[in-house]
Design a protein around this ligand. Sequence first.
Ligand SMILES: Nc1ncnc2c1ncn2[C@@H]1O[C@H](COP(=O)(O)OP(=O)(O)OP(=O)(O)O)[C@@H](O)[C@H]1O
Length: 627
Amino acid sequence: MTNPPEEEFQSKINFDLWRRIFRFALNHKRLLIPLAASAIVLSLIDAAYPIITMMAVDIVHNGGVAKDLIPPALLFLGLSVTLAALVYVFIRCAGGISHHIAYDIKRDCFKRLQELEFAFYDKQPTGWLISRLTADCDRLSRIMAWGFLDVMWGSFFVFAMTITMLIINWKLALIVLATLPPLIAISVYFQKRMLLTSRLIRKHNARITASYNEGIAGVKTTKTLGRETENLNEFEGMSEDMYSASVRRAFLSAVYLPLVMLIGSVGSGLALWYGGLDVLDETISLGVLVAFISYAGNFFHPINQIATILAEIQGAQAAGERVMSLLATEPKIKDSPEVLQKIAQRSAELQPATPLQDPSTQIATLAIDGYATHINEIQFADVTFSYNEKEQVLKRFNLTVKRGQTIALVGPSGGGKSTIVSLVSRFYEPDSGEVRLNGTDYRQRSLEWLQGQLGIVLQTPHLFNGSVKENIRYGRLEATDEEIRDAAQLVNAHDFIMKLENGYDTTIGEGGARLSTGERQLISFARALIANPQIFIMDEATSSIDTETEKLIQDGMQRVFDGRISFVIAHRLSTIRSADQILVINKGEIEEQGTHQELLANRGHYYELYVNQFRREGETLAIEEAG
Ligand SMILES: Nc1ncnc2c1ncn2[C@@H]1O[C@H](COP(=O)(O)OP(=O)(O)OP(=O)(O)O)[C@@H](O)[C@H]1O
């Protein structure tokens, strides 16, 4: 697998974006509050250690006895135990939050992806979407949980140390605090540079790996074309880039650490000098001096943590923007406010009167939008449609199909057959004109209801990795085993299923890999049927189906199509011949329309198609029928 491309580093932090992302963390206050509390208490404990040292030093310096050291020792022990407990709490909480946020963002993205219309998927490559759902979501959830912890701990630690020092001795405190601005500036500068160089190294590394892959996989081509030297030069160029980026990364680390250590030491040195003088003047105790030296050296860690998180936030901003923009993408095909209102009204009316166990059944079986339940007619009225500005696919398309009819769509590739069935399914909507159900524009009806009335069998159907039974049940989750068997019998899938290793419980492998295309179509057919759809759409498989399976599918179709409205993108003569209407679709228009006999008599486009494409098949069919 190749690494995702490294995106640009945005120096300006988009607070509004991070506030929106942080809302996901706010949904888990049960974990967030203990996490914040543990980070704060932890920082206070860290800030308290030098005070204990101060107490102990002063006791010893003032001639105390062993017994006097017991309170600071016990305090030290108590704080250390608390600290250990808090570390446990924060690891659990941060881990939990990170997991929950990742889940929530992924769930919301997934939900949105399910709602989005086909046109969205036409523009977004699958790989892009999968990266959003995996890498981006994980990255954001990590930053939210662990970054939140680090920022809370770091800022409270700095704050607590500052306040404590100011209380103990404000003059000495100001001297130590003078080292803070350069420490912050240097940390922010270097963390950002180091993050950028690390990304550059990853990028070069990915290129080198890809080049290895290509070089090895394509070694024969390289040799035959005599390109070895050029390839080697290219590879050396990449290696040099990688080398210089690695050297830069090493240089930055090598400079950064001593530099911040130096600043810390300067702080300690200043504290030692001015504090030492005060000790000599006896204006402060030796314990105070020791505590200040310790504080001066302690600032580096929290500042470094905060700077690292800031750099990561800047680096992950593009990921955040992508995820948030996906979540903000509104589906273009959805129920209008008026339809939603009607559905709400109708649900309220139905709920007390028809107490159905499962509300999803109610939606599937009743026209929840208040219109007729039965689809008696589908009508395309002057439908014009295009996928993009470049080409109009359907031009003022008109068609009326009645319940019980089967429409065969035939014609040259790219003519618009699939577009017609996509429009019927409302996967796309017309640019102008209307698709009407019983005379009403389907945009005035519930989308979920309409799509619940569809049974679609694709040319290469997608099956899931599970058993045959589970795959069929996917059409209607509450279907019983008997219903599954009945559906399989009706589409002629039962016999072949029974011949499988474990019958209906046979696992069919990813995408149904263990089955032939014809068998996959039969299962997908049963899956479509189990939902008892009013509209059947079938894209007949063109190839790799043996005549026996083909016949089974044909028989199944005859039975299943009865009493429904069916559209078949037809490739087989037997389907075409028995269709009530054949539409020859070419360049988005109905070129010819009629029954098989009528169209043959016309001697038009269909006749030519028949002569060229179907005659041989027809001869076989005639022989079979005669036999
Ligand atoms: N998702 C899409 N985005 C952009 N253009 C598309 C899309 N789907 C189809 N088209 C274009 O629309 C036109 C009609 O395509 P359609 O798939 O409806 O034809 P078809 O008759 O079903 O063809 P085939 O028999 O090859 O499946 C073609 O020019 C095709 O390139």
